[in-house]
Design a protein around this ligand. Structure first.
Ligand SMILES: Nc1ncnc2c1ncn2[C@@H]1O[C@H](COP(=O)(O)OP(=O)(O)OP(=O)(O)O)[C@@H](O)[C@H]1O
Ligand SMILES: [Mg+2]
Length: 233
């Protein structure tokens, strides 16, 4: 099994608005190993969200090469993959957590967590797994609550449980604690650390510097470029 999970070679994303061109990320070249826990820091507009969108194949780079290494020893060049294959790749390998929890208010915690299972055809997940992940995030006593009956911290924990239900290889979180108080932010970061200790690769973009510093590797972005890669090789 290769040690690497992702290789990025000169990943650039240019956004066009009229005649204006903005480089969201500009020539990112780096490797991410399996099991790493990385924080992405940088001022607003630095390219953190764009970077996560590239890794998670939510959006495609304008140029550059993105390679993913699954456990079977293959090497997948994501930047050459067709859209429908990319959808499948994303469903099977990537979990996302956002600042706005994006829960459906008419569904219970369990139903929200189970949503991704409806869209994933290939992967078999054991019965009762959604309950298991909700217990793991400390919400075993909130299975049938609806989002509006939960606190912000609990809502985000449901969203983390949902991102894990497909047992992804990578968890990508974009300012997951932007709408949470200090205590709940701490809970979410503790949860990420726990998932990482279980082998999941975690990449978190955040403005919460103190919490970000708990990661072994911190990548600082500015104007779409890596200005420092602390703890990286
Ligand atoms: N869809 C888009 N169209 C045009 N420009 C965009 C688009 N998305 C992002 N940008 C620009 O690309 C740059 C990087 O944006 P990005 O959202 O990645 O920054 P960020 O580091 O996540 O910022 P924040 O901390 O505010 O979330 C910014 O200058 C932004 O204005
Ligand atoms: Mg952002």
């Amino acid at each position: 099994m290769t040690k690497e999970l992702f290789t990025l070679e000169g990943i650039t994303r240019i956004y066009k608005r009229g005649n204006e061109e903005i480089k969201g990320v500009d020539g990112l070249t780096l490797k991410i190993d399996k099991g790493e826990y990385i924080s992405i820091l940088g001022p607003s507009g630095a390219g953190k969200t764009t970077f996560l969108n590239m890794l998670g194949c939510i959006d495609s780079p304008t140029s550059g090469k993105l390679i993913f290494y699954p456990d079977n020893g293959e090497m997948i060049e994501l930047t050459r993959m067709k859209e429908n294959k990319l959808d499948e790749f994303r469903r099977e390998n990537i979990g996302f957590v956002f600042a706005d929890f994006f829960l459906l208010h008419s569904l219970t915690a369990t139903e929200n967590v189970e949503l991704p299972l409806i869209f994933s055809s290939g992967k078999k997940v054991e019965d009762g797994y959604s309950k298991k992940v909700l217990e793991m995030v400390g919400l075993g006593h909130r299975l049938t609550h609806k989002p509006l009956q939960l606190s912000g911290g609990e809502m985000q924990r449901v969203a983390v449980a949902r991102s894990m239900v497909n047992q992804p290889k990578v968890l990508l979180a974009d300012e997951p604690t932007a709408n949470l108080d200090t205590g709940n932010s701490e809970v979410i970061f503790n949860l990420f650390e726990e998932l990482n200790s279980m082998g999941m690769t975690v990449v978190v973009a955040t403005h919460a510097e103190e919490l970000a510093k708990r990661a072994r590797r911190i990548i600082f972005l500015q104007d779409g470029k890596i200005v420092e890669d602390k703890g990286g090789k």
